[in-house]
Design a protein. Structure first.
Length: 632
């Protein structure tokens, strides 16, 4: 580009002399002298203004502004040298006329060059059918995206969609702007394959409304990052991402309270069990950001522990904190009482977040003994070791499945809550604070339905849903972890905190939305389509609708997303007998005894067993009647 500018400077100087003097003389000494002076002045200015640092394929308005500024600066010494003093053969208008001509030639050359080398080159047909794109949002963000898309092979910008009537029938980046009211007809008439949402400064509710509307169209929908990721027009098309389910959850996340985040973590020795799991690993990340004195990662799975330890170690290596927190990884199964005791003797933690648990409902229905040994006895081991060690806080990560649970997993978590509530009942001021935090599904966790749906859609289906009416609460992993830490800081002892999960999501509708937002159609009502949704039936111990509250109401706290439950639990002797019975049943490999012990304190488990027995009896009777019926 610098060589081209050299030629353009020479040409602009000769053109200026020709316009001023009415003759074209390439070898006239005054013209050559002025051209050399202009070259000597221009290149230092251009290098200082970083004119040749910009990427040619992405040059646009910003490049033109920079070029205009550089030419203006370079004109000043030329005017001072040749305008204030007279040189034979150099008219005083030349220092003004030559830079203006150079500016015109330089901008024209860049526009034409970019069009020839980039636009025409990338418009050549390739082996793949080009994607026909509409950008939703004819603003500055949409304009930057359009500039980036113009240099991408396989993508053709058809136009913009906008809600502002004043922009209708106008053009932006040579593409027409259409009304959002005409979206259906535009998709059909123009063969649109992709719609990119390029509005980053609208209310969350409006953004969600637009996405809900777009999912009804047979196109692939993608969104841009938030406005903080869009900087100085340098927005590339690879910043696009598919619509994620948290875009449709119905409420924006609440920013964490810095004071609550720090109370239980900053300058503390923090231990997190289940550190390699979905919630545990995010708790580790959030705790590390709050600068603990030491962070102890406790995990029973070797690879999961290795992965989170390596991730946090790399984060510490690139961080700019003055005092690096100590980081420890301990491969410990919390069901091993002696290993847990050694763990507390080694570190004496001040804050404990207990996230380790088996949580897959169907698996625990078939593995009752292992599930109870890990969830129940593991929690008891931690509580005993903590009581002897004397930490400040013990925060238990519970689940909405602990509310009137019909399954072993939920019953085990509810019994853990009861044991911890009982442990907090006899505490005195200054003793360890025990609290529980209960919430629903987290997006992206190992047990979340969302990644399962994504894999099924990528494989071409079918997408499986257990029941058309099943609903679940959802929350992002980051928000859940932040709220757990904040709730733990608010605890006085014995509380069961509930996280506000927003409105429950119907899983059938979630499956439909994910298919449509992937630009695919659904096989239903006898119509042909890309993906079929199959209803498989509720699994053993699964509920149609999850709950967060056992009692009749929850009390508000100082945090808008955290509530407090007021729930009753059995007396100490009953809980002791139940835990002892379960421990004996595990030792004798007696699953039925484990279930009977659980049913003493979690009656919903017994009610579910009766319902399943009734259903099995009815099915057996039906099969017998059919087998005895005369054949026609």
């Amino acid at each position: 580009m610098s060589l081209a500018d050299t030629v353009l400077i020479l040409f602009s100087v000769w053109s200026a002399f020709a316009l001023r003097l009415g003759e074209w003389n390439l070898f006239d000494w005054p013209a050559q002298r002025f051209a050399l002076t202009m070259l000597v002045v221009w290149f230092p200015v251009a290098l200082y203004q970083k004119i040749y640092h910009s990427i040619f394929r992405y040059s646009g308005r910003g490049t033109m502004v920079a070029l205009t500024l550089a030419v203006s600066i370079a004109s000043v010494p030329l005017i001072l040298i040749y305008g204030l003093w007279t040189y034979p053969g150099v008219p005083r208008t030349i220092p003004i006329l030559a830079p203006i001509l150079f500016w015109v030639f330089a901008i024209t050359a860049r526009i034409i060059g970019r069009y020839i080398l980039i636009d025409l080159f990338h418009s050549q047909p390739n082996h793949e059918k080009p994607r026909r794109v509409l950008i939703y949002g004819a603003g500055s963000t949409g304009q930057h995206l359009a500039t980036s898309l113009s240099s991408e092979q396989g993508m053709r910008l058809i136009g913009f969609i906008d809600d502002d009537p004043a922009k209708m029938n106008q053009r932006l980046e040579r593409a027409p702007i259409f009304s959002s009211d005409d979206l259906q007809s535009l998709i059909t008439a123009l063969g649109i394959t992709d719609i990119i949402l390029a509005i980053t400064r609208v209310r969350f509710s409006r953004r969600r409304e637009i996405l809900q509307n777009l999912k009804s169209y047979p196109v692939n929908v993608q969104v841009l990052p938030t406005v903080r990721d869009v900087f100085d027009g340098r927005l590339m098309s690879d910043a696009l991402r598919p619509v994620q389910i948290h875009d449709l959850l119905g409420r924006p996340p609440v920013a964490p309270d810095a004071a609550l985040m720090e109370t239980s973590v900053r300058d503390k020795v923090v231990m997190i069990t289940g550190a390699g799991g979905s919630i545990g690993s995010e708790l580790c990340r959030q705790a590390l950001l709050t600068q603990p004195k030491a962070l102890i990662l406790v995990e029973a799975t070797e690879y999961a522990l290795f992965a989170i330890f390596e991730e946090l170690s790399r984060a510490l290596d690139i961080s700019a904190v003055s005092e690096r927190p100590l980081l420890f990884a301990r491969l410990v199964n919390i069901a091993d009482e002696r290993a847990v005791k050694r763990l507390f003797e080694e570190f004496s933690p001040q804050t404990i977040y207990h996230a380790a648990a088996y949580k897959h409902v169907p698996l625990l229905e078939d593995n009752v003994l292992s599930g109870l040994q890990n969830n129940l006895l593991g929690t008891r081991n931690l509580l005993r070791a903590a009581e002897n060690s004397g930490p400040e806080r013990f925060i238990f990560i519970s689940t909405d499945k602990a509310v009137r649970p019909p399954n072993v997993m939920g019953a085990s978590k509810r019994l853990c809550e009861m044991i911890l509530q009982d442990g907090a009942r006899s505490k005195k001021p200054g003793d360890m604070i025990i609290a529980m935090v209960r919430f629903g599904n987290v997006l992206g966790s190992s047990g979340s339905v969302v990644p399962t749906f994504q894999r099924q859609i990528e494989a071409g289906g079918p997408v499986t849903v257990t029941h058309r009416e099943v609903t679940r609460y959802f929350m992002t992993i980051r928000e859940a972890a932040q709220l757990v830490i904040q709730a733990g800081s608010m605890a006085d002892g014995g509380e069961v905190f509930l996280l506000d999960m927003g409105q429950p999501v119907k899983i059938w509708d979630l499956a439909r939305s994910m298919i449509k937002l992937a630009g695919l159609t659904i096989c239903e009502d006898g119509k042909e389509g890309d993906i079929k949704i199959v209803e498989t039936g509720l699994r053993a111990g699964e509920k149609l609708h999850e709950e967060l509250l056992i009692g009749s109401e929850a009390r508000a706290t100082s945090h808008p997303r955290i509530m407090k439950a007021n729930e009753t639990f059995p007396d100490t002797s009953t809980l002791h007998d139940v835990v002892l019975s379960i421990q004996r049943a595990i030792g004798s490999n007696d699953e039925d005894a484990c279930r009977r012990a659980l049913e003493r304190v979690v009656p919903s488990l017994k009610a579910q067993a009766r319902r399943e027995a009734t259903v099995n009896s009815l099915e057996s009777t039906s099969r017998q009647i059919l087998s005895e019926s005369p054949r026609l």
